[in-house]
Design a protein around this ligand. Structure first.
Ligand code: ADP
Ligand code: MG
Length: 332
C-alpha cells in the first residue's frame, strides 16, 4: 500500500516546480499577503514556503497530511464553482510520501505556534509548541528520496528543475496582486541569494515591470478582448518587432481566472502569428482568460496544469482575430 501511495504521489508531484506550486497555492488559498520561498541547494536539500496566511487550526493537525484531507471542498457540486487553487487534498499527503515534511503553524486563535513532523504515510510523529507569527511554514527535505530512480534524475537535472521553478514563480509574481513574493536560494558555496522579490503591487503592469524590467514592458501592447458574456481575455503581447530570438518558454505566461496553466495551443497560435511578421522571433505573451468556472475543468490531470475547455475552438478563434489585429501590417 505504501508503494502504491508513493507511485501515485509521484504523479501529483512531478518535479520541484510542481511541489513548490502546491505549497504556494496553499498559501494563496490561506489568504497570505506575504509568501517566502526558501531553497537550499536549488531545492535539492530542502525547500520551504513561509506565509502569513490564516494558519491551520489544531483540529486539522492529525489528518493534515492524510490522503484526500482538504478543508476546501464540502461536496461534489462545489467542484464546478471552485475558486480556491486546492481541492483534492493530495499535495501534503503526496509530499509526505516523497520526502520529509514538517509544518509550523499558528492561527489567530492560538497564542503559540505548533511544530509538526510527519512520517511517509502522513501520520504525525511529533508535535511541539514553538514561537511564531500567525501563518504557516511548510518544509520538504530531500524530495523524491523515497523514489530512488526519480531521486537520481532529480539531482542530475537540478539546475533545469530550478530554472523551471523560477519561471513558475515569475508566473505568480505577475498575476498576484497585493502579494509580496520573495524567493531565496542558499548553497554550500554561496550564502543566501535573492532569486525573486516583488513589492506586492496592485497592478499586473507594475508586476511585469518588477519581473521583466521597464525596457521590456515598453515593448508590450496591452490586450483586452471581450469574447462573450462573462468571457474576456486580458494581458500583454510583444509589439511587432519586439520579440526575442529564443523561445525558452520563460516569457510566456497563461492563466485561467488567475490560475497559471499550460496552454500549448495558445502558445503555438501566438508564436505562429507573431512569426508571420518577425521570422525567427518569439513574442512575450501574458494572457489571462477570464471565463466562467463552469466552462472548464481543472480536474483533468493531478497537477492541475492542464485544463479541459468546453469551447476551446471559439476561444482560440477570437484570440486569433484579436492578435491578427495587433500584428497586422496596417498597424505599423
Ligand atoms: P488542498 O489544498 O487540496 O485542500 P493540500 O494537501 O494542499 O490539499 O492541503 C491540505 C489542507 O491543509 C488544506 O485543505 C488546508 O486546510 C491545509 N493547509 C495546507 N497548507 C496550508 C497553509 N499554507 N495555510 C493554511 N492551511 C494550509
Ligand atoms: Mg493544496
Amino acid at each position: 500500500k505504501a508503494v502504491v501511495h508513493r507511485i501515485s504521489s509521484g504523479q501529483v508531484i512531478l518535479d520541484l516546480s510542481s511541489a513548490v506550486k502546491e505549497l504556494v497555492e496553499n498559501s494563496l488559498d490561506a489568504g497570505a499577503t506575504s509568501i517566502e520561498i526558501s531553497l537550499k541547494e536549488y531545492g535539492e536539500e530542502h525547500f520551504k514556503v513561509i506565509d502569513n496566511g490564516c494558519g491551520i487550526s489544531p483540529s486539522n493537525f492529525q489528518a493534515l497530511a492524510l490522503k484526500h484531507h482538504t478543508s476546501k471542498i464540502a461536496d461534489f457540486s462545489d467542484l464546478h464553482t471552485l475558486t480556491t487553487f486546492g481541492f483534492r487534498g493530495e499535495a501534503l499527503s503526496s509530499l509526505c510520501a516523497l520526502g520529509k515534511l514538517t509544518v509550523e503553524t499558528r492561527t489567530k486563535n492560538e497564542f503559540v505556534g505548533t511544530h509538526l513532523t510527519f512520517d511517509h504515510s502522513g501520520l504525525v510523529t511529533n508535535e511541539r509548541k514553538t514561537a511564531r507569527q500567525v501563518g504557516t511554514t511548510v518544509t520538504v527535505e530531500k524530495l523524491f528520496s523515497t523514489l530512488p530512480v526519480r531521486s537520481k534524475e532529480f539531482s542530475r537535472n537540478i539546475r533545469r528543475e530550478y530554472g523551471k521553478l523560477v519561471s513558475l514563480l515569475n508566473a505568480y509574481a505577475i498575476i498576484a496582486r497585493g502579494i509580496r513574493l520573495l524567493c531565496t536560494n542558499s548553497t554550500s558555496r554561496s550564502s543566501k541569494t535573492v532569486v525573486l522579490k516583488t513589492q506586492g503591487s496592485s497592478s499586473i503592469k507594475d508586476n511585469i515591470i518588477t519581473v521583466f524590467g521597464l525596457n521590456t514592458f515598453q515593448c508590450l501592447e496591452p490586450l483586452s478582448l471581450c469574447i462573450s458574456e462573462g468571457c474576456t481575455i486580458e494581458g500583454f503581447l510583444s509589439k511587432p518587432g519586439c520579440g526575442s530570438g529564443r523561445n525558452l518558454g520563460d516569457r510566456q505566461y497563461f492563466y485561467v481566472n488567475g490560475r497559471p496553466v499550460d496552454m500549448p495551443k495558445v502558445s503555438k497560435l501566438v508564436n505562429e502569428l507573431y512569426r508571420l511578421s518577425n521570422a525567427k522571433q518569439y513574442p512575450i505573451a501574458i494572457l489571462n482568460f477570464i471565463i466562467p468556472t463552469t466552462s472548464y475543468d481543472v480536474n483533468v490531470t493531478p497537477d492541475k496544469r492542464k485544463m479541459f475547455f468546453s469551447d476551446e475552438d471559439s476561444l482560440l478563434r477570437s484570440l486569433r482575430a484579436a492578435i491578427e489585429k495587433i500584428y497586422s501590417p496596417h498597424q505599423c
